[in-house]
Unconditional design. Sequence first.
Lengths: 78, 183
Amino acid sequence: MSGALAKPVMRGMLAKRLRFHLIAAFSLAIGIAATFKFAVAEPRKRAYAEFYKKYDAAKEFEAMREAGVFVSARPTGK
Amino acid sequence: VTPSYSYFTSAHDVKVHHKPRLIRHVHYSESSSDEEKEGVAAPVLDCSQPQYTDRPDIPLPDITYITKYNLEQLKLKEKESGPWSQLTKDEKLALYRLNFQKTYAEMRQRSNEWKTVLGVVLWFVGLTGLFYWWGLAYVYQPVPHTFSEDWVAMQTQRMLDLRINPISGFSSHWDYEKKQWKK
């Protein structure tokens, strides 16, 4: 026999695959969830908070009324 | 006396039961009537018989690759029943090739088929493009007047007046003080 080959892996293939894929699956899942939270959810919450800090509903209403979008509150027509 | 394994026999075999056990007939339908009817020289594949496949997830297919041995192969098979240390390397390889058509390396060998597949797929996409152009030119009617520039301008102004999505959407991009789109 010339040049014997190395003995191939005989056991533990499922365990090895599971170990790799379990770690990968959990990291990916957590990573993607965290990325979404900090790239989408938090900015969105901040945008809403900022908007409503300086929001004057009455002023906005008058502006919309002057623009003529309401039916029951026509522009004051000065 | 009929042989005990009907698996390995055909009508032909019944007459000669002193033939070596090594001969197994190829699992194609061997009834001559088939060939007469179809007038085809190629054997008919009998899918009720085990088939040989080269698949990496099937290390030992149901049957060996070569089932009908010629004289040379028969001699090799006889030698195989003796001590294997007396087999030369080439004989061992020949025995392997009797049992298997491709090695794992050959099975896994990549080919250039993907280029052909991609080419044909893109060609069909192009064909679809031709159909699409024809539809545009000869089937579709002009779009409604509400898509004209003037109308869209009026529509945009109305959307801004209504404060559509003022937080992170449409109206959030408009600067109401300067009356222009935010940079």
